[in-house]
Design a protein around this ligand. Structure first.
Ligand code: FAD
Ligand code: DHB
Length: 397
């Protein structure tokens, strides 16, 4: 016999989207349960994004999640674009009238959110199995799962939020969903290294051998990425090969990449994916469950959190005030932002990566575009405005 319980909102997935949604709903007095199929340790250690838009930072501060972010986050005024052996600075702060980006790892946001939810008595079921959602077109959808001790549960909800990432169970529950997809003919090999970054801000480098990104996690930890073929095997990339390729792709006179012990190594395929509508009945999708962008624009995490702000506002109107207008507009509101980020991410990706078989004509177009972006104020402003976050959404506190 399943244990039957009740929650206003059932949330599938304890990634950044699901956890922030639970936090924001609690601020509105709406109780939720988060059901996650991985362990807490796994969720807190999964290496992913690192760059927050100014609006994301402001949101996290305004909802009581700014303490460690302000102490440990690294605020950057701009980025470097490197091509043709030269490095150019794009000053995002001056181009956007004061906007910026902050390096603060997704792992840390997830830790902060889990700590905040548990301290407030929030319910998060880690290591759940057999997670299912049903009756989403009724007024009492059901979230069921088996907990880590083997007990079956059924939670009767007003609304269910599918925050379960790209491979989750929620998106397939939306019939006649439209999918727009593009796969790119390359992947990113990412490393984390105990090495003090030899750059003050991120470097996006286009090189004849492929793209490379120099990011960081702290004054003593670097995060670096290399464009590799889509079907590449990690075994092909011993540490020595990674460092020598990084030195090659970031080379400028009198400067080198500081090397150190590699503590994490992974390969991520690159894709754009947008699915809509993001709602069916009482089921709402948020974050990677509905859309994926290639990481070149640093948009995925920021988009996921923006969805959740829109959803929290809509669910307050629906569940506290009885007005479903914002909920009805949820999918369109989010998809407009998602497509802007999808275009920006595609643009950054195509400008900076070297596609297999690309000819000299294509190389010259990329270089011309990069020269344009680094010499025209209008072009640089367009990049800066998108990179720092276009039209940030506001949380109705
Ligand atoms: P997820 O983080 O995927 O969370 C979904 C959760 O649901 C997971 O915990 C999963 O275990 C759980 N789940 C799945 N299925 C089930 C199930 N059946 N039942 C219960 N739980 C389930 N974005 C940026 O904004 N900036 C960056 O700099 C950036 N860099 C990136 C670099 C890399 C290498 C990668 C891979 C991604 C990067 N991203 C970046 C993207 C960003 O990491 C994602 O967009 C973000 O994780 C989305 O959060 P989410 O909560 O929607 O999904
Ligand atoms: C990071 C990842 C990105 O995809 C990006 O564009 C910028 C930074 C990072 O992991 O730090």
């Amino acid at each position: 016999m399943a244990v039957i319980s009740r929650a206003q909102v059932g949330i599938v997935g304890a990634g950044p989207a699901g956890l922030l949604l639970s936090h924001l709903l609690a601020l509105h007095g709406i109780e939720s349960v988060v059901v996650e199929n991985k362990s807490r340790e796994y969720c807190e250690a999964r290496q992913r994004a690192g760059l927050l838009e100014a609006g994301t930072v402001e949101l996290l501060r305004s909802v009581g999640l700014g303490e460690r972010l302000d102490a440990e986050g690294l605020e950057h005024d701009g980025i470097y674009l490197q091509f043709d052996g030269e490095r150019h600075h794009v000053n995002i702060r001056s181009l956007t009238g004061g906007r910026w980006v902050t390096v603060y790892a997704q792992t840390e946001i997830v830790k902060d959110l889990i700590a905040a939810r548990l301290a407030a008595g929030g319910a998060i079921e880690f290591s759940a199995s057999d997670v299912t959602v049903r009756d989403v077109t009724s007024s009492r959808p059901v979230l069921s799962y088996v907990d880590s001790s083997g007990a079956a549960h059924e939670v009767s909800c007003d609304v269910i939020a599918g925050c379960d990432g790209f491979h989750g169970i929620s998106r397939p529950l939306i019939p006649e969903i439209s999918v727009y997809e593009r796969t790119y003919p390359y992947a990113w090999l990412g490393i984390l290294a105990d090495a003090a970054p030899s750059t003050d801000e991120l470097i996006y480098s286009r090189h004849e051998s492929g793209f490379a990104l120099y990011s960081m996690r702290s004054p003593s930890v670097s995060r670096l990425y290399l464009q590799v073929p889509p079907d590449e095997k990690l075994e092909e990339w011993p540490d020595d090969r990674i460092w020598s390729e990084l030195q090659r792709r970031f080379a400028v006179d009198g400067w080198s990449v500081a090397e150190g012990t590699v503590t994490d190594k992974s390969i991520t395929p690159m894709r754009s994916f947008v699915a809509g509508p993001m709602r069916h009945g009482r089921l709402f999708l948020a974050g990677d469950a509905a859309h994926i962008v290639p990481p070149t624009g640093a948009k995925g995490l920021n988009l996921a959190l923006s969805d959740v702000i829109v959803l929290a506002n809509a669910l307050r109107a629906a569940l506290v005030s009885g007005s479903w207008e914002l909920a009805d507009a949820y999918s369109d509101t989010c998809l407009r932002r998602v497509w802007r980020a999808t275009h920006f991410s595609w643009w950054m990706t195509s400008m900076l990566h070297v596609a297999p078989g690309a000819d000299a004509f294509e190389s010259q177009l990329q270089l011309s575009q990069l020269r344009y972006v680094t010499s025209s104020r209008a072009q640089a402003t367009a990049l800066a405005e998108n990179y720092a976050g276009y039209q940030p959404v506001r949380f109705d506190a």
